[in-house]
Structure formats: C-alpha cells, structure tokens
Design a binder for this molecule. Structure first.
Ligand code: CMP
Length: 144
C-alpha cells in the first residue's frame, strides 16, 4: 500500500551535515520526498509532536534537543513507507541499531539519534499536519 510518513532530521543530524546522506538513502529505498523544509521548531510545536511522551522521564531532554538547532522535516511517500523508513533508521538507541542503518551508522546517544520517523500510520497521520498543511490559499500547498 502506498503510504505517507513523517520524517525529521534532528538538530544533531543537521549539525553533522547528514541531510544529503539521509535524502540519498530515502531515494535508494524507492521512496519519494513529497515536501521538505528546514525549520527552527518552537516549544509548542515540539511538545505537540512528542505529546505521547509527555510525562516520561526523558521528555524534557527530548524537547530541549529538538529545540537546540534547525531540523529538516520531510513528507515521504511510497510503498509501505512507514515500515521501510523504520527499517532505514534502525533502533531508537544507536548502540543497539544495526550497522547500515542511519542511527547505527551515525547516532551518538538515545537523545542524539539523528532522525525521527513516525512509528505507525496513525502517528504519521497525527504528525504530518503539524508541519505540512494542504489546502487553498497562498500559505498552503497541494502535495502531488
Ligand atoms: P524519536 O524517534 O524521535 O521518538 C521519540 C524519542 O524519544 C526517540 O526518538 C528518542 O530520541 C527519545 N527516547 C525514547 N526513549 C528514550 C529513553 N528511554 N531515554 C531517552 N530518550 C528516549
């Protein structure tokens, strides 16, 4: 099934200059980047993105990290895009992620783990509209 998923290169990934490498791996996996932009997130948006983790011990560290520098957000489309992107990025903890995965190759800690990808179609449907708005009017785009 063709799916759309939400991807974010985190501040450590952008700072390490990994955006192009990550784009290359996404294309190599036969997925398509429908839309992409570099932004500086604000606290409201960061807390909305990670709302499911509110109250967890690591929530504060996670939010501070994504506010620490620019991020690159992507809307990615393709066959089984959610699962395929999860395979590409590897386990949450880079120490446990396989070599050849993005986190396994470049991540330095569970907080500085380079990249985020929606973990399910439901999460993708929640996360995409936080960053990408479709509709009419000069501030909107139609994704094709
Ligand atoms: P991400 O894919 O962005 O989704 C939630 C993030 O929370 C995750 O990557 C990690 O960076 C972070 N995270 C998840 N579990 C832990 C944990 N046990 N300790 C610290 N950070 C965590």
């Amino acid at each position: 099934m063709t799916e759309r998923t939400f991807i974010m290169v985190k501040p450590d990934g952008v700072a390490k200059g990994l955006t192009d490498e990550i784009i290359g791996r996404i294309k190599q996996a036969d997925l398509r980047i429908v839309s992409m932009k570099q932004i500086n997130m604000n606290r409201t948006t960061a807390e909305r993105l990670y709302a499911v983790h509110r109250g967890k011990e690591f929530f504060g560290r996670l939010v501070e990290h994504v506010l620490s520098g620019p991020v690159v957000v992507m809307l990615v489309e393709g066959e089984s895009a959610v699962a395929r992107m999860r395979e590409l990025i590897g386990a949450t903890d880079p120490a446990k992620a396989a070599k050849g995965t993005i986190r396994g190759d470049f991540g330095s800690s569970i907080t500085e783990n380079i990249i985020h990808a929606a973990d399910s179609l439901e999460s993708a449907e929640y996360e995409i509209p936080i960053f990408f708005k479709e509709g009419l009017g000069p501030e909107f785009f139609v994704f094709r």
